[in-house]
Design a protein around this ligand. Structure first.
Ligand SMILES: *[C@@H]1O[C@H](CO)[C@@H](O)[C@H](O)[C@H]1NC(C)=O
Ligand SMILES: *[C@@H]1O[C@H](CO)[C@@H](O)[C@H](O)[C@H]1NC(C)=O
Ligand SMILES: *[C@@H]1O[C@H](CO)[C@@H](O)[C@H](O)[C@H]1NC(C)=O
Length: 485
């Protein structure tokens, strides 16, 4: 039922600056008065604001980091005092070196099948960590480990994404951790783990239990899969508090310009850190090393802001897209868009008689696109500038698309508009790439889980664009049954 490849992918813990403006154009800059508010200007193909926005607002969540399994962010955070961590061991001696611990006991339980001793550890002070997003504990060659290689080895070395290199990787990461005073690293592979550099610092053993012996397959393995689902979506794994004001993104084109040509023409899922130039690799490590112990004082709650923007548009765009695919008339779509734009439809925007000229709608576009991002930036960190730009680029493109459709529809609603609007909305939804739109249809039964098959299962069985209803309680769904090639 569960193949060996499943187990092999498990972690081994007891087993020069280039600006890429949003829009094409010579004198365009995001913060200048000369902003391009032309409703026909598409985003630059190389812009990454929407990718920063989506990855940052998806941190610590299972699904989006499975859909796009090669992480692009290194984010500092803390595990609060009193947090319990679990470690499966085969004898009673406390690890004296760096080791892994899990946030969910169902994960740790997989590592103590014989003579099972399960240790719980409690944080005695806030533990400082760095988090690698994506399916960063997945030991495969095609990208999930790229970002951590930059801190471990100063370069991406895909051939080392194997179980055999795990301790060497851990020790090198801990050497790096020493230089900046952090306690460990958080990674994800279906579930979250922390690589603690010192099992005697900042944690104490709260309990050590010798557990009943039981084969891992099937019950304990399905319990592990079930526990992963607790962190599928926002807010995700909540036992880690991230400091977004010092998040380091590999999608930051000022920090890693060498990745722009590497990504060019690739589907988003193929984006990786592999191919980063030596100069940029060093700059990333230096940026990480310079992260201070506490968040900056700008006071902006970036996580809440990003979630507010997503919530405003996620369901609306999903329904809009399906209406445009179902109906021949554009009427329902027009009403939905008009309502979504209600807070921005200023009185001064009066349609011009010429159908081809939609410039009269510019004030609506502008208000829609800037409403959530009008901050005083005086005390922003470099990371916060990247975050602000990402929110601006994302909302700008959502608003450009919606206002463009509304401005067309306000003059006359004819059926011939529907195919064009459908193409516009399909393009926007694809560009945003939000995991909110992965759904089980029809919805699953109450005792089933809507499951997104990706890492750590055998890659041949992945289908990260199509979640499936699965029984994680007896009688189990054979996890490979729906995916037989
Ligand atoms: C306990 O386990 C560790 C790691 O498996 C091993 O290195 C050590 O020798 C073991 N100690 C005893 C007393 O068996
Ligand atoms: C996007 O990047 C590629 C590779 O660096 C470059 O060749 C291309 O001209 C860029 N396109 C735009 C519109 O900037
Ligand atoms: C920037 O930080 C300084 C010092 O902490 C503070 O006095 C000032 O009010 C801050 N400015 C803004 C715009 O938040």
């Amino acid at each position: 039922m569960l193949s060996l490849s499943f187990l092999l992918l498990l972690p081994f813990h007891a087993v020069q600056s280039a600006q890429v403006p949003l829009v094409s154009g010579d004198d365009w800059s995001l913060n200048n008065a000369g902003d391009d508010w032309n409703l026909n200007t598409l985003p630059n193909v190389n812009s990454t604001g929407h990718l920063v926005f989506d990855t940052i607002s998806s941190l610590l969540q299972h699904w989006p980091n499975t859909k796009y399994h090669s992480g692009h962010n290194i984010v500092p955070g803390t595990i609060p005092t009193g947090t319990l961590l679990f470690h499966g061991v085969r004898n009673e001696s406390l690890p004296t070196t760096a080791e892994w611990a899990a946030f969910d006991v169902e994960f740790a339980r997989l590592f103590c099948d014989e003579q099972c001793l399960l240790m719980s550890l409690v944080a005695t002070r806030p533990l400082r960590i760095l988090y690698f997003d994506g399916s960063s504990a997945t030991k495969i060659f095609d990208g999930p480990m790229d970002a951590q290689d930059l801190l471990a080895w100063g370069a991406v070395l895909p051939e080392r994404a194997t179980v055999d290199w795990e301790y060497e990787r851990l020790h090198r990461l801990c050497d790096f951790a020493d230089t900046m005073g952090i306690d460990g690293y958080v990674r994800m592979q279906l579930n979250f783990e922390v690589m603690l550099c010192d099992f005697t610092a900042g944690v104490r053993v709260a309990s050590l239990s010798k557990l009943e012996q039981e084969p891992l397959i099937p019950h304990l393995m399905y319990a592990f899969m079930h526990s992963g689902a607790w962190h599928d979506h926002y807010p995700g794994e909540m036992r880690i508090q991230l400091d977004l004001t010092h998040a380091v993104s590999l999608y930051d084109v000022d920090l890693a310009p060498s990745l722009v040509p590497r990504r060019h023409g690739l589907a988003r899922r193929e984006h990786r850190v592999l191919g980063i130039g030596a100069h940029d690799a060093q700059a990333v490590a230096e940026r990480v090393r310079a992260i201070p112990a506490s968040p900056s004082q700008s006071g902006i709650d970036w996580r809440a802001l990003f979630q507010v923007i997503r919530a405003r548009y996620a369901t609306r765009l999903e329904v809009l897209q399906s209406i445009l695919h179902e109906d021949t008339s554009p009427h329902r779509a027009f009403v939905l868009i008009k309502t979504a734009l209600a807070p921005y439809r200023v009185h001064a925007a009066v349609p011009s008689a010429t159908r081809s000229d939609v410039s009269w709608a510019t004030p609506v576009f502008r208000l829609c696109a800037t409403t959530y991002t009008l901050f005083d930036q005086t005390n922003f960190t470099a990371s916060e500038h990247v975050l602000l730009t990402s929110a601006r680029e994302t909302t700008r493109e959502i608003c450009r698309t919606l206002v463009g459709i509304w401005a067309e529809g306000i003059l006359e609603l004819r059926d011939s508009l529907t195919p064009k609007w459908r193409a516009d909305v399909d393009r926007l939804v694809d560009w945003l790439g939000w995991a909110e739109w992965l759904k089980c249809r029809p919805a699953c039964a109450f005792d089933e889980s809507c499951y997104l098959p990706g890492a750590p299962f055998s890659m041949a069985k992945w289908n990260v664009s199509e979640p499936r209803c699965m029984r994680l309680f007896e009688p189990y769904t054979d996890i490979y049954e729906p995916y037989v090639l």
